[in-house]
Design a protein around this ligand. Structure first.
Ligand SMILES: [Zn+2]
Length: 282
């Protein structure tokens, strides 16, 4: 978003759509579904409110979690009824996005899954797949990133590597914005396999039609996904409570708002794991 913008991002804007909040009077914790849907259009009526014709997203259409104050509709507040540390609540939105995508992908036990992109979202996708009884493999071309993920890989048993000679995967997921990675997803699938088109691609790039023709020859299914439904963020809290220790290994550091400007170059390099900003006064 910083470098290329986003279809739903209106400027000027304070971003931030992965938010945990605390009620200072009661200590109650909340995470925030960042969508505001109309409740009336065909998509809302069809329980697909993330596709609402009138969707407004906190941090995209209105200022988000990096503001000193935000106002959100009550319906966006999701109470936390599990034992989760406040900083882990920032995982509810990305985990919700993965649950939205993978619920549509209907994963079966024992299926083999290849994931391109070893960022935090790729790791969350791998962890969700593993919990559904599938066998994920993550491909990441940055060796420094693979090294950073060593503790997560050891703890979960999820393999993260630069490349693989294996093919015929049942499902492929792109969790990075590279068109080349999406092409590799297509080549690595078995006939009749499913492509989970998760990440949007770099804008205005082209793709080789010979690659796209493999969708035709192999009778591949394509499953698009965008954002989480509210119910997926509720389910994400259950997942986070269970996978607390493993998800904690994806946190690079808890930082203050003042640390952010100095870390932006590092964030844009895509090498670090997840920075979480603590806005509570120390
Ligand atoms: Zn709607």
């Amino acid at each position: 978003m910083w470098q290329q913008g986003h279809r739903d991002l209106t400027m000027p804007r304070v971003p931030g759509h992965e938010i945990g909040a605390v009620d200072e009077q009661t200590g109650a914790l909340y995470t925030i579904w960042p969508g505001q849907s109309c409740g009336k259009c065909r998509y809302c009526r069809d329980n697909r409110e993330n596709l609402c014709d009138e969707i407004k997203i906190i941090g995209f259409h209105s200022d988000g979690g990096f503001s000193s104050q935000i106002s959100v509709p009550k319906n966006c507040l999701i109470p936390v009824e599990h034992d989760i540390a406040p900083q882990l609540l920032c995982f509810a939105e990305p985990v919700g996005c993965v649950l939205n995508a993978l619920s549509a992908a209907r994963i079966q036990e024992g299926e083999t899954i290849i994931i391109y992109g070893g960022g935090v979202i790729g790791m969350i996708a791998a962890l969700v797949c593993q919990n559904l009884g599938a066998v994920p493999l993550v491909i990441e071309n940055n060796e420094e990133k693979i090294t950073r993920l060593q503790a997560f890989s050891t703890e979960t048993g999820i393999i993260i590597c630069k490349d693989t000679r294996a093919s015929d995967f049942d499902l492929a997921i792109n969790t990075c914005n590279s068109p080349a990675a999406l092409g590799l997803c297509i080549t690595k699938l078995c006939k009749g396999g499913r492509l989970c088109y998760f990440s949007g691609l770099q804008k205005n790039s082209s793709m080789d039609s010979n690659l796209l023709n493999l969708i035709h020859y192999k009778e591949l299914q394509i499953i698009g996904s965008y954002g989480p439904k509210r119910e997926h963020m509720v389910a994400a809290l259950v997942f986070i409570a269970k996978q607390y220790a493993k998800l904690s290994l994806l946190i690079e550091k808890i930082i203050t708002p003042e640390d952010v400007p100095g870390l932006m170059q590092d964030v844009l390099s895509a090498r670090p794991l997840k920075y979480i900003i603590n806005f509570q006064e120390q």
